[in-house]
Design a protein around this ligand. Structure first.
Ligand code: SF4
Ligand code: SF4
Length: 293
């Protein structure tokens, strides 16, 4: 009815003011690093290296408690113009730390009724928490889906810990995929705007990505964000070849026929603050980096 219409309009407005979903508007977003744990192991990840000199997903100088995150938000809100989005993007997985994710968002909502809530996840627990995510007022969700073929998934994911059960190989990839797709379908059907991130890994999934894009479109994805592999030091994929910008953009163009593509991703840190091309996170750090790198 009318109420539903109004809510939909609000989500559309939020999409237009969200720097990652809008096609590059200059508004600022703030990541709160409240999610240290992860429930899967990707071969390109090494969360041991958390350094302020590095900029890639999964990196933060410090993990915050929900209380600290709210305090920081209130402080940053006074200093950063056009802060429109609060996102949780690790340094682990937002849904593997659901209690802290939930507490942080509830507390921030109580001091700011309007700010857009964004979550980024590997999707393993997406179906499990879908209704809670909606209830919390999260309108934008990013799911990283690197393969829709468990054989390829098995090359990317070393282990999946699904509600206490440790899985490996194709079984792990299959369980992860089933949850990612079910969550994507469910949230999309309820008006949540879902973006799918795909890490382009040369020789592993690069020829498979177009099929991933077609599949996630079918399940309701709003856009895909194909990103180049940034192999973390100490990770299994440490010595994998990098993708050139040309290869990346050629693939994005090819996939653009099927679904809207993101061309302006900055692969932000878990504590990123600011517009996409001006990371202010170091201005708001109060601790020196203690990482070994
Ligand atoms: Fe959301 Fe990712 Fe943008 Fe952060 S960088 S606000 S998690 S889409
Ligand atoms: Fe690392 Fe993210 Fe993969 Fe977890 S889901 S292992 S934090 S890259």
């Amino acid at each position: 009815g009318a109420k539903q219409k109004k809510e939909e309009a609000t989500i559309d407005e939020k999409t237009l003011t969200h720097p990652c979903f809008s096609g590059g508007c200059q508004n600022a977003r703030m990541h709160i690093p409240v999610a240290p744990a992860c429930n899967i192991s990707c071969n390109y990840c090494n969360r041991k290296y958390d350094c302020q000199n590095e900029s890639r997903p999964g990196v933060t100088s410090k993990v915050l408690t929900p209380e600290e995150a709210v305090e920081k938000f209130i402080y940053v809100r006074q200093k950063v113009q056009n802060l429109k989005v609060i996102g949780i993007a690790g340094p682990g997985d937002a849904l593997a730390n659901f209690d802290d994710t939930k507490k942080s968002l509830e507390m921030i909502r109580s001091v700011d009724p309007d700010i857009t809530f964004c979550l980024s996840t590997n999707g393993l627990m997406l179906m499990h928490y879908a209704d809670e995510i909606i209830r919390l007022g999260v309108t934008h969700v990013t799911i990283t889906i690197n393969a829709i073929d468990p054989k390829i998934g098995a090359l990317i994911y070393r282990e999946v810990n699904f509600m206490g059960v440790k899985l490996t190989g194709e079984k792990a990839a299959r369980v992860l995929l089933a949850n990612q797709l079910a969550g994507l379908r469910y949230l999309s059907s309820r008006g949540i705007v879902c973006k799918v991130n795909i890490v382009m890994i040369k020789g592993v999934n690069d020829n498979h990505i177009e099929s991933v894009v077609e599949k996630v479109k079918e399940y309701g994805a709003f856009m895909t964000n194909i990103m180049p592999l940034i192999p973390a030091a100490g990770s299994v994929f440490e010595n994998m070849p990098m993708t050139s910008n040309k290869e990346l953009n050629d693939l994005r163009k090819k996939c653009n026929i099927h679904l809207k593509q993101m061309y302006h991703c900055r692969q932000c840190r878990a504590d990123a603050i600011g517009a996409l091309d001006e990371d202010l996170s170091s201005e708001f750090m109060n601790d020196k980096c203690v990482a070994p790198c």
